[in-house]
Every structure is written in structure tokens, then in C-alpha cells.
Design a protein around this ligand. Structure first.
Ligand SMILES: Cc1cc2nc3c(=O)[nH]c(=O)nc-3n(C[C@H](O)[C@H](O)[C@H](O)COP(=O)(O)OP(=O)(O)OC[C@H]3O[C@@H](n4cnc5c(N)ncnc54)[C@H](O)[C@@H]3O)c2cc1C
Length: 449
């Protein structure tokens, strides 16, 4: 049971009566009915890659962990309806591969895709690298199958794009982090597989250029822009150190932009379009240097520089993470001001800032300061400043009209924080919904609310 009782970041541990691995929605329903009758809490768990402690039980030892891992089939794929019916425990990568085998694209893409599950993606409304083009998991979902806290099964898997018959119950369960019921299957949208994809990494002098570059890219390419990711030199340094990758440019720069366009033009034409745009932006002085991926393998290497940042940072020890969003236009001012304020309360801390700039979503992470010998400050000393750092960063987010959780959710980590930043009216409605659907409070207690 041990791996099921600790979260991916090793921040939260818990106890449970049992790890239960049902094999069908009917078995999930039977387990939930038994738990409801006995007053036992249920903690749903998918791939356990969540970053806010949502899938970890508390220390009371009263709950069971209900893993969806065995309920993992791709049930059916309808090419003409562009939909796929998939069980909640299916790993995201397996769903992407199933779609590709049928010449379709399932566009949700996260660095954790080998382990995270569709049920977890829906329950956290996961974002990832292609939100700019295809939306969050919510936008990719047409229907779900759910086991309610009473152990009933409700299904809306008919793949309809239009259904205005009252409250959208599906949307209640998406992003609910397992607090309203257990998702056992879903009907997800598919898209035509792009014929051409071009990927480039650009060196940037500063962050100020990014909103302008995004505007230029959207004006120039329209819906072809699939990804627009930015990371700092410190992020690159960590990835090079822990993954042994080669530095992409001879000289280091303050920031790097990974841009991808894809669409129905042939490969060569797509690459030519991106090359032409890069040349124009270089002439304008917004891009200092750029490398265009020459092969699929080369594109993967460029993507690895971005996708390995979380793991490289984790290998350095504990860090203080913020998963925030602000309006895209405000990103440079937010980062400059907040960096300066942080140095005031925690001198020397290193900013590991990267994110989905195209959606205004930054992983604004803080790593310990280094001493003269290059060793990080003691962990206890660093973590003693955690609450002050959260407060400063989240207050800044609020000042800029942003959100303290752009894509990872609330879980245990930000349960207290949301009471400070979310409107009391919104929190009141959320509590009323929770009470209406789960009056006994057995679904993932202590999370979100
Ligand atoms: C390296 C790395 C990179 C990441 N990158 C991103 C990223 O780019 N974007 C992003 O959004 N997230 C990212 N994440 C976070 C994480 O992968 C996502 O939140 C993912 O959606 C969680 O899926 P999971 O199956 O692992 O869920 P779990 O961690 O098992 O659970 C997450 C939450 O959902 C609930 N839950 C799980 N399954 C169900 C179900 N079937 N029914 C009801 N509730 C359920 C759990 O109780 C918990 O509250 C990243 C994580 C890592 C480790």
C-alpha cells in the first residue's frame, strides 16, 4: 500500500484501512455503497501524480483508497463522431496512442502522461501544453460515467455536442477532485491528426518580449499555434544538470520560448512557415537566436528541455511551488515585481519560473538559496519561510487579478489559501453543492473545501 499513501512530491502522507482495486463501475458502486453504510471515507486515486495532495488520505486511518487503475480500457472509438469512450484508469499516454492508431489526435498533453489517468485529468481539469489550441480537459470532455456518493451509477456517454436539458452535471464533477463522486468512464473529443508540425526553441533577452511574441504568433498563424511555453535560464541549467542534455545555444539567455505550430499543411510547408516567422521576429530584435527541430527526435529533445523541469527541480530537493495564472499581458510586470519582493523576504532564493505562457499560466517556483560553496540552504530553514512566500506570491496574484491554482487544483495544499482568495459567495455555493450531493461527507474529505 505504501506508494498509494504518499503523494508525488512526498509532501503528504496518510493512512488507510485498505487499498481497494475494483474492476468495473458496478464494483466501484458496490464498494461505495458499503462505505456509505459503514461511514468509511473514500479517497479516489488514479495515477497519483497530482501535485496538491488530493489523492492522499488523511492520517486518521478511517478512509479507503479506491484506485481506478484496473478500470482502464479504451471501450470504443467513433471516427465519424470524433469521440472515444474510455475508462477512468486509462493512462493518458495510452489514450493518445489509441487515438493515433486511428489517425486521430487526443490533444491533452502533460509531462506526467505516462502515469496520470483520464479520471485524474478530469477530476483536476488538467491543463498541459496544448490548452492554447484545444482547451483544458473540461473542453475535451463530452460526457462522463460517475458513481455517486450513494453508490448509484449515472452515465452521460452518448457523445453529444449539444444537450441543453438543464444543469450541466458533467461540469460539476470535472475539477471536483473526487469530492462529489467517482468518475469511472468518459466520452472524450478527438481531432484530425495534423499533417505537419514544426517546433522551435528561441532564446529571448527578457520576459517582456513574450506577450508581444504571442500576439504576433496568433496574428500570423491563427489557430495553428499549438504550444507557447517559456522557461528561464535557471530551469534550463537544472535540466542540463540532472538529465545530461546538451545546451541548445552556444550562449545562455535570460529566457527561452518553445513554440509549436501544427495543422493541415504538409510538414515542409509548416516548417517553412515557422522559419519565416522566426526570421521576422529575429529582425525585429524580439528573438535573439532560434533552433528549428529538424526531425521528430530533435523536436522531442527540445520538448524534453521543457518537460523535464519539474523532475529536475524535484531532484534538487524541496521547493515552494506556485501554480498561478494572471492575464497574459500582465506576466512580465507580475514576475519582475514579485521576484524583487521575494528577495526582500528570502534573500538569495532561486526562481525556477516556467509555464504555459500562451494561457497566462506560470509555475512560479522558488528553490533554496545557495551558499558560497554552492550548497543549498538547510531544508528546514528554507521551508520555515514557506508560508510567508505563499502569502507574498498569492497576494501579488490577487493584485494582478489572477488565480492561485491555474491547473493543479486545491487538494490539501491550498485548502486554507482559497478561503482567503475566493469569494465567500462562491465558496458558499460550492459548500451547498457538496452538501447536496454528499451529505454524509464520505467523498475525499479534507480536500478542496
Ligand atoms: C512531472 C509532472 C508534470 C505535470 N504537469 C502537469 C501539467 O502540465 N498540467 C496539469 O494540469 N497537471 C500537471 N501535473 C499534475 C498531474 O499530473 C495532474 O493533476 C493529473 O491530472 C493527475 O492525474 P492522476 O491520474 O495522477 O490523478 P491523482 O493524482 O491520482 O488524483 C488527483 C485528484 O483527482 C482525484 N481523482 C483521481 N481519479 C479520480 C476519479 N476517477 N474520480 C474522481 N476523482 C478522482 C483524486 O482524489 C485527487 O483529488 C503534473 C504532474 C507531474 C508529476
Amino acid at each position: 500500500m505504501a506508494p498509494a499513501l504518499i503523494d508525488w512530491r512526498k509532501r503528504f502522507t496518510g493512512k488507510a484501512r485498505a487499498l481497494v482495486l475494483p474492476g468495473s463501475a458496478e464494483q466501484v458502486a458496490a464498494v461505495v455503497r458499503l462505505c456509505a453504510a459503514e461511514g468509511v471515507a473514500v479517497v479516489p486515486q488514479g495515477g497519483n501524480t497530482g501535485l496538491v495532495g488530493g489523492a492522499t488520505p488523511d492520517m486518521s486511518g478511517n478512509a479507503i483508497v479506491l484506485s481506478l487503475r484496473r478500470i482502464n480500457a479504451v471501450r470504443s472509438l467513433d471516427k465519424l463522431n470524433n469521440t472515444v469512450e474510455v475508462e477512468a484508469g486509462c493512462a493518458l499516454q495510452n489514450l493518445q496512442e489509441a487515438a493515433a492508431r486511428h489517425e486521430r489526435l487526443f490533444p491533452l498533453s502533460l509531462a506526467s502522461e505516462g502515469s496520470c489517468t483520464i479520471g485524474g485529468n478530469l477530476s483536476t481539469n488538467a491543463g498541459g501544453t496544448q490548452v492554447l489550441r484545444y482547451g483544458n480537459t473540461r473542453e475535451l470532455c463530452l460526457g462522463i460515467e460517475v458513481v455517486t456518493p450513494q453508490g448509484e451509477i449515472w452515465s452521460s456517454l452518448n457523445g453529444l455536442r449539444k444537450d441543453n436539458t438543464g444543469y450541466d452535471l458533467r461540469d460539476l464533477f470535472i475539477g471536483a477532485e473526487g469530492t462529489l463522486g467517482i468518475i469511472t468512464a468518459a466520452c472524450m473529443k478527438l481531432f484530425p491528426k495534423p499533417r505537419g508540425t514544426a517546433t522551435a526553441l528561441c532564446a529571448l533577452a527578457d520576459l517582456d518580449a513574450t506577450p508581444v511574441l504571442l500576439e504576433h504568433a496568433l496574428n500570423h498563424f491563427g489557430a495553428l499555434v499549438t504550444a507557447f511555453e517559456v522557461f528561464s535560464e535557471e530551469c534550463l541549467r537544472l535540466v542540463l544538470k540532472h538529465f545530461g542534455a546538451r545546451r541548445p545555444f552556444a550562449k545562455s539567455s535570460a529566457h527561452y520560448l518553445l513554440i509549436e505550430i501544427s495543422g493541415h499543411e504538409e510538414q515542409a510547408r509548416t516548417e517553412a512557415l515557422l522559419t519565416e516567422w522566426l526570421g521576422r521576429e529575429a529582425e525585429a530584435g524580439l528573438v535573439l537566436d532560434a533552433v528549428l527541430a529538424q526531425t521528430l527526435d530533435h523536436a522531442r529533445q527540445l520538448w524534453n528541455l521543457r518537460e523535464n523541469i519539474s523532475e529536475a527541480q524535484a531532484a534538487e530537493g524541496k521547493n515552494i511551488k506556485h501554480d498561478i495564472s494572471v492575464p497574459i499581458s500582465a506576466i512580465p510586470a507580475f514576475v519582475t515585481q514579485t521576484d524583487a519582493l521575494l528577495q526582500g523576504i528570502a534573500p538569495g532564493v532561486r526562481m525556477v519560473c516556467f509555464g504555459h505562457i500562451g494561457d497566462g499560466n506560470l509555475h512560479y517556483n522558488v528553490s533554496p538559496a545557495l551558499d558560497a560553496a554552492g550548497d543549498p540552504e538547510p531544508e528546514a530553514q528554507f521551508l520555515a519561510r514557506q508560508d510567508a512566500v505563499y502569502r507574498l506570491v498569492h497576494d501579488q496574484v490577487a493584485r494582478f487579478g489572477g488565480s492561485i491554482s491555474a491547473e493543479h487544483g486545491i487538494g490539501q495544499l491550498k485548502r486554507t489559501e482559497i478561503t482567503r482568495y475566493k469569494s465567500p459567495v462562491a465558496l458558499g455555493m460550492m459548500r451547498a453543492i457538496k452538501h447536496a450531493l454528499d451529505p454524509a461527507g464520505i467523498m475525499n474529505p479534507g480536500k478542496l473545501l
